[in-house]
Design a protein around this ligand. Structure first.
Ligand SMILES: [Zn+2]
Length: 319
C-alpha cells in the first residue's frame, strides 16, 4: 500500500513540475517576444507612422507600469498600443488595438494578383482613434464634412486631418491624367459614393464611409469579394488602371483592391498605413529610423519624442 502512495506522490510531483516547466517556457517565450529587438523596432515604427499621420490629434506617448505604451490624444483620451492578447481574425476585426491595426504591411505600387484571403492591410480600424479625429457620432462627423465637386457632382468628405484636401488633390490629378488617357474615365465615373453614415454590410461596425474618409469610384459587379468569385475579382483587378492606384496612394489613400477580401472600387484615407509602407519596408536596419528624411523637422522631432519617451522602456533598445 505504502508503495502505491509513494508512486502516486511521485506521479503528482512529476505532473506539477512538468506543468511548471511548460508554464515557465510559455512566460519566457512571451517575455522574449516583447523584449526582442524586432518588437522594439516595430513599436517605434508604428508610433512614428501614427504620430506623423495624425499630428494634431496624437500629442504624446506615455508608458504605464513600465510595460504599457499609450498614445495620448488631444482630448486627453489614451489609447493602448498593444493589449498583448492572442486574437482570432474576427476578434481582431471587432476589437483591434493599434498594434493589430498596423501589423499587416501594405505594399505600395501595382499588383496583378489578389492578396491571400486573410491578408487585409488597413482593414482593421481602431474606432476610438477615428472618432477622435473625424467626429464621435453622426452629428459631430457631419459638422466636419465639406462639399467637394467631382466631375459636376457634389460629394461630402471629412475636412479634418486634411482628408478632403488630399481627396481634392488626387481627383484634380486624375482628371488631368484622364484628358490624355480617356480610358480612365470609365473607372472613375460615375462616383459610387463618399460620405454615408452606415454600417459595413452584415456587421455592427461603422463603415469608413460613415466618417467621410472613403470614396468608391465607378462600380463594377466584380469589385467586392461578397458579390463575386475570386477568379472574376482577380480578372477585374488585372484590368484596373495602375495610375488611379498610384495617384490615390500618393495622397495617403489605401486601396481595397489590395485586400484579400477585396473591395476594388474602394479607396480610404489612411495616412498611418501609407506612411508605414513608404518608410518601413521589410529591409532590416540596425536603426529603426535609418531610412527617414531626418532633415525634415517634423520627422526629426517625432523621432526625438519617441526615443525620449521610450528610453526607460524595458524592451530592448533598437540600437
Ligand atoms: Zn467603399
Amino acid at each position: 500500500m505504502k508503495k502505491y502512495i509513494v508512486l502516486f506522490l511521485l506521479i503528482l510531483i512529476g505532473t506539477f513540475s512538468l506543468k511548471a516547466i511548460s508554464d515557465f517556457k510559455k512566460t519566457t517565450e512571451i517575455g522574449s517576444i516583447y523584449s526582442s529587438k524586432e518588437y522594439a523596432q516595430t513599436l517605434r515604427k508604428d508610433l512614428f507612422s501614427l504620430m506623423m499621420a495624425y499630428p494634431k490629434y496624437i500629442i504624446d506617448i506615455e508608458i504605464v507600469n513600465n510595460d504599457q505604451v499609450y498614445l495620448v490624444l488631444k482630448s486627453g483620451q489614451k489609447l493602448l498600443y498593444d493589449d498583448k492578447k492572442e486574437k482570432s481574425q474576427s476578434e481582431k476585426l471587432e476589437n483591434p488595438d493599434l498594434q493589430d491595426m498596423m501589423e499587416e504591411v501594405y505594399f505600395l505600387g501595382p499588383i496583378d494578383r489578389l492578396m491571400p484571403q486573410n491578408y487585409n492591410p488597413g482593414r482593421l480600424r481602431v474606432y476610438p482613434l477615428l472618432k477622435e479625429v473625424y467626429g464621435s457620432h453622426q452629428s459631430e462627423i457631419e459638422k466636419n464634412l465639406t462639399g467637394i465637386t467631382i466631375n459636376g457632382g457634389h460629394h461630402r468628405f471629412n475636412h479634418n486631418n486634411s482628408a478632403a484636401n488630399f481627396l481634392k488633390s488626387a481627383i484634380t490629378e486624375l482628371n488631368h491624367l484622364a484628358q490624355d488617357h480617356p480610358a480612365l474615365w470609365g473607372y472613375m465615373y460615375p462616383i459610387g459614393g463618399t460620405y454615408n453614415f452606415r454600417h459595413i454590410a452584415k456587421t455592427n461596425r461603422l463603415s469608413p464611409h460613415a466618417f467621410g474618409i472613403s470614396i468608391d469610384l465607378a462600380s463594377n459587379k466584380n469589385d467586392y469579394w461578397q458579390w463575386t468569385t475570386r477568379a472574376a475579382g482577380e480578372k477585374r483587378l488585372k484590368t484596373y488602371p495602375e495610375a488611379i492606384v498610384e495617384v490615390m496612394e500618393k495622397n495617403f489613400f489605401i486601396w481595397g483592391g489590395k485586400w484579400g477580401q477585396f473591395d476594388i472600387l474602394h479607396f480610404e484615407y489612411r495616412p498611418e498605413i501609407i506612411i508605414k509602407a513608404l518608410y518601413f519596408n521589410n529591409e532590416k536596419k540596425d536603426l529603426w529610423y535609418e531610412n527617414l528624411p531626418v532633415e525634415d523637422l517634423r520627422v526629426s522631432n517625432t523621432i526625438w519624442l519617441i526615443e525620449e519617451r521610450l528610453q526607460q522602456f524595458p524592451a530592448a533598445s533598437p540600437q
